[in-house]
Design a protein around this ligand. Structure first.
Ligand SMILES: [Zn+2]
Length: 171
């Protein structure tokens, strides 16, 4: 299915995304496994993001902090399935797009973004920013090239996502 057709099916208005300054994200071509996520499934990242993630997790562990991998690469089709499930629960597309990116626009397509959890705070919970893991990331993630993509008041209009970090090393 083309992106246009997908967006039509989901009721996504391209003009609204443009207004928010949401950009298209190309799907990663090269992916490498980084082990199982908290859902028990294999997770994939680009080779550079994978190396950085594994090194970052190891350094956190050495500091006594556990970083859990909740999600990593997501395909355009998988993103569409996530949105369909939310719409089926009765949410409006406007509500959904504050939380989930439109298919074709998720940083997870790039294979460089991870959602991180902590023991007792497993999945996509705003209270993640109260954890030791978040505090550690705030101080150390940039050294590994990982940055928080959606701080409070982000220009793209997404909800605050303290768990979502993207590998964007500065050169
Ligand atoms: Zn995310």
């Amino acid at each position: 299915m083309t992106l246009d057709a997908l967006w039509r099916e989901l009721g996504i208005d391209p003009a609204t995304l443009q207004q928010r300054g949401v950009r298209m994200v190309r799907q990663a071509r090269q992916l490498t496994p980084v082990g199982l996520g908290t859902d028990g499934r294999d997770k994939l990242l680009t080779p550079a993001a994978a190396r950085a993630w594994l090194a970052m997790r190891e350094q956190a562990a050495a500091d006594g902090v556990v970083l859990l991998l909740v999600s990593a690469f997501r395909s355009v089709d998988y993103q569409a399935a996530l949105l369909r499930a939310r719409l089926a629960r009765g949410e409006s597309i406007e509500q959904v797009l504050r939380i989930n990116a439109a298919p074709g626009c998720s940083e997870h397509h790039s294979g460089r973004a991870v959602d991180i959890g902590a023991p007792g705070c497993g999945g996509l919970d705003p209270a993640f920013d109260q954890t030791e893991a978040f505090d550690w990331l705030r101080r150390n993630a940039a050294r590994h090239g990982y940055r928080m993509s959606y701080p409070p008041g982000n220009p793209q209009g997404y909800a605050y996502e303290p768990w979502h970090w993207c590998h964007r090393p500065r050169r």
